[in-house]
Ligand binder design. Structure first.
Ligand code: AMP
Ligand code: MG
Length: 420
């Protein structure tokens, strides 16, 4: 498709144009390289496998479909038995329905056949009922059918022994259907990733509880509980912890004890009360990534505490959301054994010019406003300095990506877009 004259800006997130901030791709590679992988598997009934991750490849134990069958309602016959030029008049010697066992085609005759019925032995074609004239107990055929016409061959969807789905595949409705068609009643999936979630900040109050002056309702807790409510995750809600170094140390150590991954929000920035990186190292952990060249989400931190990985998301709600969506989720997916191809991206055209300074890869809240003349979706980029604006986040449609090295973005630029 012709996209017009504006070239898409390619993602510059891998480029080191960022001083002491780590490029997003490098942060991801480092974290994914250091994080553990789940190898244990468990068997679950197929109907409970939705949203789980396939632990081993599955191959077809029989041809799919399992036998030659009619693709139409019509008449099964042997095309090679039609002598000379038509039209031919052929007796109809019986009827086969879906579910009947395959039987022989009587010599010199056709059989009435319904969609999904096994092709009679000796028949090689099906003539749809719309293409024949009825004639007493027979049919009148004017054209010679092509051998194989309207027949679904055994194994034409997938041959016996061929891989149906690879290990690491996220099981959705299509996968469940294909596995059922291959005859599986149970399926081997990876065990769930154990994720412990805690929020840090002395200002946090549970939503709905009375709000003392100077305090705020904890919105990150709800957002992350919602983001992490996935069938391949077992979530441990560890509540909120105040900005107290000793309490944080204790809470982190306890969370790391029973989890593959600890996710925290807040306390990773450079303020006086941002104690988390220290608490991690004092709890015996190590930090592998701090400060990523992304906006929002710069303070995002990754480390290890004992055998658990730790993702420290910033406290600002939009930064926490973007940090999880862009970085955290990729790490969790890799740990859980998901062989994904990364997030779904689209290309959008910016509706208006937008300011950007080179340095950090910017994930800008954006709203989809329509389509251009070529059918490309057009996005309005929302204001940039908004990492606290949880209400704006709820009203956006996705994140438009402004590459790290880009300057101001002219109107009409093609940008990568991560839909929500
Ligand atoms: P921090 O990263 O701890 O410096 O927090 C940055 C900003 O995000 C501050 O204004 C915090 O009050 C706010 N914040 C931190 N945690 C949460 C949370 N769980 N829910 C909503 N806002 C938060
Ligand atoms: Mg804080």
């Amino acid at each position: 498709m012709h996209l017009g004259t504006t070239d898409p800006i390619h993602c510059g997130c891998a480029r080191d144009s960022t001083g002491d901030l780590m490029p997003v791709d490098e942060a991801l590679n480092r974290a994914i390289g250091a994080a553990g992988r789940i190898t244990a598997a468990e068997s679950v009934p197929l109907v409970e496998a939705t949203g789980r991750i396939l632990a081993a490849p599955v191959s077809a134990s029989r041809p799919m479909p399992p036998f030659d069958a009619s693709a139409m309602d019509g008449y099964a016959l042997r095309s090679a038995a039609l002598a000379g030029d038509g039209p031919w008049e052929i007796p109809v010697a019986g009827r086969v329905r879906a579910g009947d066992p395959p039987g022989p085609l009587p010599a010199g005759a056709a059989l009435r056949i319904l969609t999904g019925a096994p092709l009679p032995l000796g028949a090689d074609a099906v003539v749809p009922q719309e293409q024949v004239g009825a004639r007493g107990a027979g049919l009148r055929l004017r054209f010679r059918p092509r051998p194989g016409a309207h027949v679904r061959r055994a194994g034409s969807d997938l041959a016996e022994g061929v891989e149906l789905l690879p290990a690491g595949r996220l099981i959705g409705p299509r996968e469940v259907g294909a596995l059922a068609a291959a005859g599986l009643r149970r399926v081997e999936v990876r065990r769930r990733l154990e994720v412990a979630l805690l929020r840090t900040g002395s200002e946090l109050t549970p939503p709905g509880a009375p709000l003392d002056p100077g305090r705020i309702w904890d919105s990150n807790g709800a957002t992350l509980l919602s983001l992490l409510s996935l069938p391949w995750i077992r979530l441990q809600d560890r509540g909120t912890v105040p900005d107290d170094p000793a309490e944080l140390r204790r809470a982190l150590a306890a969370a790391a004890e029973g989890a593959d991954l600890v996710v925290t929000t807040g306390g990773v920035s450079v303020g006086d009360e941002d104690h988390l990186p220290r608490a991690v190292t004092e709890a015996g952990g190590r930090i592998l990534v701090n400060s990523v060249a992304m906006k929002p989400g710069k303070p995002l931190t990754f480390g290890q505490i004992g055998r658990a990985s730790w993702i420290g998301l910033p406290g600002n709600p939009v930064a926490a959301f973007v940090g999880w969506t862009v970085v955290g989720a990729r790490i969790a997916e890799a740990m859980a054994g998901l062989a994904g191809t990364g997030p779904r991206k689209a290309i959008v055209r910016s509706a208006a010019p937008a300011a950007h300074r080179p340095g950090r890869c910017e994930f800008r809240l954006a709203r989809l406003v329509g389509y251009d003349a070529h059918g490309v979706q057009v996005a309005e980029l929302l204001p940039g300095e908004t990492s606290y604006r949880v209400a704006l986040l709820a009203r956006a449609d996705g994140l438009a990506l402004i590459p790290a090295e880009a300057g101001a973005v002219p109107e009409g630029t093609l940008l990568e877009f991560l839909p929500f």
